[in-house]
Write a protein that binds this ligand. Structure first.
Ligand SMILES: Cc1ncc(COP(=O)(O)O)c(C=O)c1O
Length: 425
């Protein structure tokens, strides 16, 4: 019998592209990174956090409570505030059950929730339906677990529902439907495309999933990743899938306080239906038996005091400004043949080059960009391996989150010059 040091999962897990991108950025201090998903440094709430921590540690009683272990599901006040906040964001006063604090689990970033949900529901060989393109770190989780991702084409307002139906029908015909566990949507200002899924599309997708449940032999959940929901600076607010009638037992909502407050706190959360809730809680018990109590209390106080909401207003103005700067730079420096759209929130622009011009990590464009000290995320990283189509390789994700105002402009100017040069030849 052949023995291995590493487990099957350990052997299967590939290096995430993000590690490579970060190592590339660190190796070149002069590099302008439009690749990082980091948030804006100068607007991190340092003073606010200082004041909140002083309050927590100001008395022995509250200090001791914060410096002690908490519970696996999370701080009671934060779970309540989270449920209450989501209920009011969705503005659906009638539907109380969906927003019960008992359904909330606080996690170490929403990333931990995404990981645990996948671990709880998927075995190697199972299938998760994802947007095409999707969040590349989630694709990494799937790859690591031996789960197949199947991409669903997108339109300007989210996934193509007719395409979802075609894919589900084809899987049913091949008797693969029992392997389908989830539809994963990054529904607000999507990473990487900046697109938002309309409420009608969420409802349409959920209806289809329910239609195919009988043939699957089990529920097919809609996993809504709302990481960028609160970073909205333009357009109407869109309710989450939790607001859809009859969604309570089929929607898993993953949210975060890291992007809209401070990424370093790593406080995220999920609203999870049974029986997934109990199982996720057991798994979290095995992972860490609870997220940092101190940081959860920091968030609870930020929310309860109104500091969170005030900070969010500052962040929205800041990102609106940075998005406008990037837009102006793109207009000025990018060749006309490149297509892009200004997002209404989040941190990303998605640029589409003419198909003949490749953008992948081995491409001339990428290498020249690096030589000119500017980095982007190649679009190819954001596509799942899919036997039904070749991976597109002519797009780039450009982030306006962490680069300074000056560097945003400089970075786009450098990239524009590279594109012009490559197109001209
Ligand atoms: C789409 C998406 N989901 C989830 C996350 C995880 O964020 P966090 O763990 O900080 O909540 C990210 C982070 O970049 C993201 O882009």
């Amino acid at each position: 019998m052949k023995t291995h040091l590493l487990s099957e999962l350990g052997r299967r897990t590939e290096a995430p592209p993000i590690s490579w991108l970060m190592a590339t950025a660190l190796a070149r201090p002069q590099l302008i990174s439009l690749a990082a998903g980091f948030t804006d440094n100068p607007s991190l709430p340092v003073e606010e956090a200082r004041g909140l921590l002083k309050g927590i540690l100001g008395s022995s009683q509250s200090g001791q409570a914060a410096l002690q272990y908490g519970t696996t599901a999370g701080d009671t006040a934060l779970r309540w505030l989270t449920a209450h906040r989501l209920h009011s964001l969705d503005d659906r006063p009638a539907a109380r059950r969906a927003y019960s604090p008992d359904r909330v689990i606080i996690t170490n970033g929403s990333q931990q929730m995404l990981y645990m949900i996948t671990e709880v529901l998927c075995d190697p060989g199972d299938i998760v339906l994802v947007e095409d393109p999707s969040y590349f770190v989630y694709l990494g989780i799937l790859q690591s677990h031996g789960v197949r991702a199947r991409g669903i084409r997108m339109e300007a307002d989210g996934l193509e529902v007719a395409r979802l139906e075609e894919v589900l029908s084809a899987l049913k015909k091949n008797r693969e439907l029992p392997r389908v566990k989830l539809l994963y949507l990054v529904s607000y200002y999507q990473n990487p495309t900046g697109r938002t899924t309309s409420y009608a599309k969420k409802a349409g997708a959920l209806k289809l999933l329910k239609q195919f449940e009988a043939a699957a032999g089990h529920p097919i959940y809609l996993l809504e990743d709302a990481a960028y929901r609160e970073l909205r600076f333009e357009g109407e607010a869109v309710p989450s899938a939790l607001a859809i009638r009859g969604s309570t037992d089929r929607v898993i909502y993953a949210g975060t306080y890291s992007k809209p407050f401070a990424t370093g706190t790593r406080v995220g959360f999920g609203l999870v239906p049974e029986p997934v809730f109990t199982t996720v809680l057991r798994i979290k018990g095995n992972h860490d038996f609870g997220s940092s109590n101190l940081l959860q209390q920091l968030l609870a106080r930020a929310l309860a005091s109104g500091i969170y909401e005030r900070h969010l207003a500052v962040l929205r103005r800041r990102y609106a400004h940075k998005a406008r700067l990037m837009q102006a730079a793109l207009q000025q420096h990018f060749p006309e043949q490149v297509e892009w759209r200004t997002p209404g929130g989040g941190l990303y622009f998605w640029a589409r080059l003419p198909r003949r011009l490749k953008s992948g990590s081995g491409s001339k464009v990428f290498k020249r960009a690096l030589a000119n000290n500017v980095l982007y995320v190649p679009g190819e990283f954001c596509y799942a391996d899919d036997p039904t189509r070749p991976k597109p390789n002519h797009e780039m994700r450009l982030s306006f989150g962490s680069a300074s105002e000056v560097n945003l402009h400089k970075g786009i100017a450098r990239l524009g010059a590279v594109l012009r040069d490559c197109l001209g030849k």
